[in-house]
Write a protein that binds this ligand. Sequence first.
Ligand code: HAM
Length: 420
Amino acid sequence: MEDLILSSLPGTRDLLPEEIARWQMAEELARRIFDRYGFAEIRTSIIEPTELFSRGIGSDTDIVGKEMYTFIDQSKRSVTLRPEATASVVRAYLQNTMQRGGGITRLYYMGPMFRHEKKQKGRWRQFYQIGAEALGSDHPAVDAEMIEMALSLLQSLGVESRLLINSVGCKNCRPPYIERLRTALNACHSDLCEDCKRRAVTNSLRVFDCKVENCQPIIQNLPTVTDNLCAECAGHFARVKAYLDDAGIAYEAVPRLVRGLDYYVRTAFEIVSGELGAQNALAGGGRYDGLSEVLGGPRVPALGFALGLDRLVMLLPEELSAKWKCKPELFLAHLGEAAFKKALEIARHLRKQGHSCHLDFSAGTLKSQMRLANKLGAKHVLIIGDDELARGTYSIKRLEDSRQWEITIPQISDYLKSRA
Ligand code: HAM
């Protein structure tokens, strides 16, 4: 016999039935809320050409430089497990000429993403995101609406969070700012960590992502992109903030917030939670007006966000998810072979009517079957014995108040429907 393989890869895990109610609740509420804002679901490939991400996210980002799961497939093509979905959504939008109808295309997605990051609480190598993208508009109200939608999802789940926003400029104002930043970094080059020394030359804005303690005082004194915006970007940022004010959304403007992906222009935001520890980002997003062109398409102003589902479920109150757990409406307790066959028949009939039924296959005593019904959280138990078979009526017991009465098979479905 071969050795059993008993552990999944580091940074990956199975989501077991007892914890899945929280995930389903978050996913279901997200679908409902996204639907209210006119977003439709898209499911893109999990594997993509590597170039989609190296061009889209930027080859000098940590994601592309250090964290991607890339391999050469049988056709000698370099393929990557998606580390995020924005580049894929833009690719799908262009490939399927979704811009044809004009106006704003609103899309959402949920699913696994893959990044080979250092393991830490709240950080996984296979993790799950719920995300939304609005393509085709540069109106600042779209930015505010996207943020409102993300926050309203968190609110509906009872999760407390803070919104941090910034503007990271555009292709006009960023290059002169980067020059200023480079000059400032050159002046303190020898004090920077090795990564920042490299970033200072290759992609200076990424210095703001540095978590090394010694670099922090230096970073605090660097010029910020927000202080160097062109008039159009400053105007856009002011209008986004005004729309947020109108919607009664509180935010903190953070001039050093740059986000770890190169495609962002103008609005960048993060939603953080104080209850998450070091990995406190629940969601991140922003505008990426130039991404379509980087991928070879026309100009498509767009923005979006993605929320880390793994982190979100850590914050969900138990009471809220308890009612999402799937509990059988009816447990069929049976005594003897004839009653077992009848129980199977009734269960089949009721399931066709849309009811969730459960029964024990181990020929246990009535007591042990009642114990199982309680353990499963069943709402009712139907008792089927020889007497009941002969009479054609059965005892039904409501477990919440122990009320018990007689019922016929045709009556059961109506009764269960009345309790749904
Ligand atoms: P991101 O900031 O890289 O943005 O990821 C968004 C969220 O995914 C994070 O705030 C975090 O909650 C979660 N996340 C990221 N990495 C991990 C990990 N290793 N383990 C657990 N959770 C993680 C993006 O991915 C952009 N595509 C967001 C976006 C959409 N921008 C515009 N549209």
